[in-house]
Design a protein around this ligand. Structure first.
Ligand code: ZN
Length: 472
C-alpha cells in the first residue's frame, strides 16, 4: 500500500510534489522536464474544470474557436512589448523535414499573435462586434526555473478568451463580466481569491492594464490562477483590427483577454488537500461518491446488488458514483479513495441491508453517519453541498487570517501571507519593499484601495495600498 511519506502540515511543497503522483493526477516520468503526462484521474478532473469554464462561456455568449499551435515569426513580432515579454520563453521551429524554414515558426506561448491577423479579416463593420471568442488548448513556455506539476510547467493546459469591442467602455464592460465569471467559477471550486491590479512593470506584455486572480496556498505563498487584461487598442493597431462605424468612419477595436490555466488544479490540490491526500470539491470531483461493499461470506450478492441499486439511483440524479468491487480489503479501499479525495464514501454491509440503512463518511471532516435507505439520495446531495461550503469556509479562513494591512516595513516583515502597505506610486519604493520582505509586488486591491497614510520607504503621501507576497 502506498503511503504519503511527507505530511502536508510539515512540509507543504514536498507533500504537494508527492501527492500529485500518488493520487494518480499526473506522471512526471516523461523524459522532457516540465512536460508531464495527464493520468486518467487527473485528466478527468481537468476536463470537469474545463466544463465549468465552457458553461460560463456559453452563459456569456462567447464562441469556442481553435487556432493552430504554430505561429509565424512575422506575426509574432508585430507588437513590440509583447515580443520583449515573451521572447526568452519561446520554443522555435527552424526545420521542417530536411529543409530549413525560410521563416521560423514558434509554439504559441499564448495566442494573441495567432488570432489577431485573422481577427483583422473577420471584423469588417460595427455589426461584427463585440467578437467574443475563447479556446482551451495547450501553450508552451520555456521555463528555466524549477518546474512543479500544474504550477510551473513547460506545456500548459490553457484557457484564453479574446474579445474585440467598438470602444474602451465596451471593453471595460467585458472586464466587469470577466470578474463575475471568476466569482461564479471559483465559488464552485470553493476557492476564495483576491483581485489585484498589477503594477505597470509587471502587467502582461502589451496590455494597458492587467488584473490578476491570486489565491493563497497553505505555504503562505500566493499562486496566480488567472488574469484579465484590458488591451485598449495596443494590439488592434499593429494587427490592423478595425471596423467601419455607423458613421462610415474606420476605428480600431478595443480588446480584452482572460486567461486561466491548469494552475487551478494546483490550487485545488494545495488548498483543499490534507495529510491523507486530496480533497476534491464535489462540483469537479471525478467521482463524487464511492460505494464500498462490506462483504461477508454468503452475503456477497445482496450487498453488491444494494450497492449497484444505490449507484443507479445516484446517477439518475446526476451524481457521479463508483462501486469499488475490487478484491482487496475495505480498509485498503478506504485508504485509496481518501488519497484520491472522493468527497463522500458509502459503506453497505449485510447489517445495513437488514436495517434498511447505509453508512456515509465525509472526506473533509471524517464524520460518519447512518442514513435511512429511502431518503439517502437526497441526504447525499445535501452532504455534498455542505462539503463544498465547508471547503470554502476553511480556505476563506486561511486567506482572511493571512492578509494584513499595515503601515511600516517592520510590521510587514512579520506577516507570513499577503501584506498591504501604503504606496506612493514610485516603482523603486515597491522594489525596495520586495527586497526587504523577500517577496513580489502583487498589485493594488481592485476595491477599497484608498490610502491616506505615507509610503514607508520615502515618506511621501501614499496614492494607494499595495499588496506584496511571496509567490509561486
Ligand atoms: Zn515611496
Amino acid at each position: 500500500m502506498p503511503e504519503t511519506k511527507v505530511k502536508k502540515t510539515k512540509d507543504f511543497n514536498e507533500w504537494y510534489n508527492e501527492i500529485v503522483e500518488l493520487a494518480d493526477l499526473c506522471d512526471k516520468r516523461y523524459p522532457i522536464k516540465g512536460m508531464n503526462v495527464w493520468r486518467p484521474y487527473g485528466w478527468k478532473l481537468m476536463t470537469h474544470v474545463d466544463q465549468l469554464i465552457r458553461d460560463e462561456m456559453s452563459l456569456t455568449n462567447h464562441q469556442e474557436v481553435n487556432f493552430p499551435l504554430l505561429i509565424p515569426e512575422s506575426s509574432f513580432k508585430k507588437e513590440e512589448e509583447h515580443i520583449e515579454g515573451f521572447g526568452s520563453e519561446v520554443y522555435w521551429i527552424s526545420h521542417a523535414g530536411l529543409n530549413k524554414l525560410e521563416e521560423r515558426w514558434l509554439l504559441r506561448p499564448t495566442s494573441e499573435t495567432a488570432m489577431y491577423p485573422i481577427f483583422s479579416i473577420w471584423i469588417r463593420s460595427h455589426a461584427d462586434l463585440p467578437l467574443k471568442t475563447f479556446q482551451i488548448v495547450n501553450t508552451f513556455r520555456y521555463e528555466t526555473k524549477q518546474t512543479r506539476a500544474f504550477i510551473r510547467v513547460r506545456e500548459i493546459h490553457f484557457f484564453e478568451a479574446h474579445t474585440c469591442h467598438v470602444d474602451f467602455n465596451d471593453a471595460e464592460k467585458q472586464i466587469q463580466e470577466d470578474k463575475e465569471i471568476a466569482k461564479r467559477l471559483f465559488d464552485k471550486l470553493s476557492l476564495p481569491y483576491i483581485l489585484s491590479k498589477r503594477p505597470e512593470w509587471d502587467k502582461f506584455a502589451g496590455a494597458f492594464y492587467t488584473i490578476s486572480i491570486d489565491v493563497l496556498m497553505p505555504s503562505f505563498r500566493t499562486l496566480q490562477l488567472g488574469s484579465i487584461h484590458q488591451y485598449k487598442d495596443n494590439f488592434s493597431k499593429p494587427y490592423n483590427i478595425s471596423y467601419e462605424g455607423e458613421d462610415g468612419k474606420h476605428n480600431y477595436c478595443h480588446q480584452t483577454t482572460y486567461g486561466m490555466s491548469e494552475r487551478i488544479l494546483g490550487a485545488l490540490v494545495g488548498i483543499h488537500g490534507d495529510n491523507k491526500g486530496l480533497v476534491m470539491p464535489p462540483e469537479v470531483a471525478p467521482i463524487q461518491v464511492v460505494l464500498i461493499p462490506i462483504i461477508f461470506k454468503g452475503e456477497e450478492k445482496n450487498v453488491l446488488d444494494a450497492c449497484d441499486d444505490l449507484s443507479l439511483k445516484l446517477s439518475n440524479e446526476c451524481i457521479k458514483s463508483f462501486v469499488d468491487k475490487r478484491d482487496i480489503t475495505p480498509g485498503n479501499k478506504f485508504y485509496d479513495w481518501e488519497l484520491k479525495g472522493v468527497p463522500l464514501r458509502v459503506e453497505i454491509g449485510p447489517r445495513d441491508i437488514k436495517n434498511n440503512q447505509i453508512v456515509i463518511v465525509r472526506r473533509d471532516n471524517s464524520e460518519k453517519q447512518s442514513l435511512a435507505k429511502d431518503t439517502a439520495v437526497n441526504k447525499i446531495k445535501e452532504e455534498l453541498n455542505m462539503i463544498s461550503k465547508s471547503l470554502y469556509d476553511t480556505a476563506k479562513k486561511l486567506l482572511n487570517e493571512n492578509i494584513k494591512r499595515v503601515n511600516t516595513v517592520d510590521e510587514a516583515k512579520n506577516i507570513k501571507g499577503i501584506v498591504e502597505l501604503p504606496w506612493c506610486g514610485i516603482k523603486d519604493c515597491a522594489l525596495e519593499i520586495e527586497n526587504i520582505i523577500d517577496g513580489n509586488t502583487l498589485g493594488e486591491p481592485i476595491d477599497d484601495n484608498e490610502c491616506n497614510n505615507s509610503c514607508p520607504v520615502c515618506n511621501n503621501p501614499a496614492k494607494t495600498w499595495m499588496r506584496y507576497a511571496k509567490s509561486y
